[in-house]
Design a protein around this ligand. Structure first.
Ligand SMILES: O=C(O)C(=O)Cc1ccc(O)cc1
Ligand SMILES: [Fe+2]
Length: 413
């Protein structure tokens, strides 16, 4: 991808903004931390850029986690994050090898899979190696056959070629492709299916705990970010361009290679003033060491009302990164000089540790949970957008410093 040199660690993210019907693959690169970023958009009929010949990515369908205990992992997302049980398959339904628990929060579907038997398999190997991790990011697509055929011609590795599953609610057709690390993308055509999740699953009742806990209104998966180890990003980025026909656009944030000049500059300065900083282990390096290679770093989920969502998630015991009060002092000053009007009270955002990023036309509010498992790998972002399509570039410095405080507690800095 052109002139950019990618040093050190980097990461890739796929972003969907369902309202605007576009899907973004965002490629970031971190030299010390993140020095530069590139954004790539797919199937955006409003944006500039080459349109895929055919086939369309509609939305994130579901994310599958491979874990050692699916029953308990599903329960964690139910009790803490407010997901509801959606569907199950396991011994009782004739699934002899794998227990699979699907949970849903509005359009967000997470599936937790674990193996029953003490025998060697990819799942056992990979869960042993990575710990609980996101194995597959599934997309709902239009014209599945074309997309798979195209990816194959471009050399994509097919993990499972086109197959279909059916029950009394209809037919779902799928195919699974290999991407970075041990990860896969399943492409799903559910246009002829009326069931609640997938054939072979039974549906589940509400969890009674939801009667006692405040409701969480978070609606859809906004973007998914994958960390790449050294030199991994170029390969990963070009895979998405070549095999899935994701392409670059030139927009406000989506300049083909957008450089975070300010952050880069500050980082560079820091480095020359303080050689100690050179020895710091970046959060991405920490991820790559603990996960063991490339993998999903965060899943951002989108809400229309982040204040209520975070108040309720905090009441349910979800832990978030702390943001220093200095950040809010500065943002109050800067917002005075900006055209944008943030409707939410900055005092409330400060109390909840929610971050703000903006330009002249709009803003976003975002917050990051602490890691959702023992390993310092995956975490969840909650995001609210008001006419802003970025990812919070203005918050990178603050965010990295907050993550570093946690890294320090872990003895990993
Ligand atoms: O870019 C994003 O999607 C963000 O949410 C901000 C961010 C940037 C780099 C990280 O390592 C973690 C989060
Ligand atoms: Fe994000």
């Amino acid at each position: 991808m052109t002139t950019m040199t990618f040093k050190d660690t980097s990461y890739i993210s796929c972003k969907l903004n369902s309202k605007e019907q576009h899907f973004k693959l965002v490629v970031f690169c971190s030299c010390e931390q993140v020095l530069s970023a590139a954004a790539t958009t797919l199937t955006s009929y409003t944006d500039k850029g080459r349109k895929p010949d055919n086939g369309r990515f509609l939305s994130f369908d579901h994310l599958t986690f491979w874990v050692s205990n699916a029953k308990q992992a599903a329960s964690y997302y139910i009790t803490r994050f407010g997901f509801e049980p959606l569907a199950y398959r396991g011994l009782e339904t004739g699934s002899r090898k794998i227990a699979s628990h699907a949970v849903r929060l509005n359009k967000i579907v997470f599936v937790f899979e674990a193996q029953y038997e003490p025998e060697d398999s990819d799942l056992v190997k990979e869960v042993g190696y990575h710990g609980d991790f996101v194995k597959d990011v599934a997309f709902e697509v239009e014209n599945l056959d074309y997309i798979v055929e195209y990816a194959k011609k471009q050399g994509a590795v097919v993990v499972r070629d086109l197959w279909e599953e059916s029950d009394k609610f209809g037919v779902v057709r799928m195919a699974t492709l290999k991407t970075y690390g041990d990860n896969t993308h399943t492409l799903v055509d559910r246009s002829k299916y009326k069931g609640s999740f997938l054939p072979g699953y039974i549906t589940l009742n509400k969890d009674p705990i939801s009667n006692f806990l405040p409701k969480v209104e978070i609606n859809f998966v906004d973007h998914v970010v994958g960390n790449q180890p050294d030199q991994g990003m170029e390969v990963a980025a070009s895979w998405y361009e070549r095999c899935l026909q994701f392409h670059s656009v030139h927009g406000v944030f989506c300049a083909t290679f957008y450089r975070h000049g300010k952050l880069g500059g500050e980082r560079t300065k820091c480095r020359s003033m303080s050689p100690r900083l050179d020895k710091k282990k970046s959060q991405i390096q920490e991820y790559v060491e603990y996960h063991g290679g490339a993998g999903v770093q965060h899943i951002a989920i989108n809400t229309e009302d982040i204040i209520t969502a975070i108040e309720n998630l905090r009441a349910r015991g979800v832990e978030f990164l702390s943001i220093p009060s200095e950040y809010y002092r500065i943002i109050r000053e800067r917002l005075k000089e900006s055209k944008v009007r943030v409707a939410e009270s900055i005092d409330v955002l400060e109390r909840l540790n929610i971050l703000i990023d903006y330009d002249d036309d709009g803003y976003l509010l975002q917050i990051f949970t602490k890691n959702t498992q023992d390993r310092p790998t995956l975490f969840i972002e909650v995001i609210q957008r008001r006419n802003h399509n970025g990812f919070g570039a203005g918050n990178f410095k603050t965010l990295f410093e907050s993550i570093e405080l946690e890294q320090e507690k872990r003895g990993n800095l």
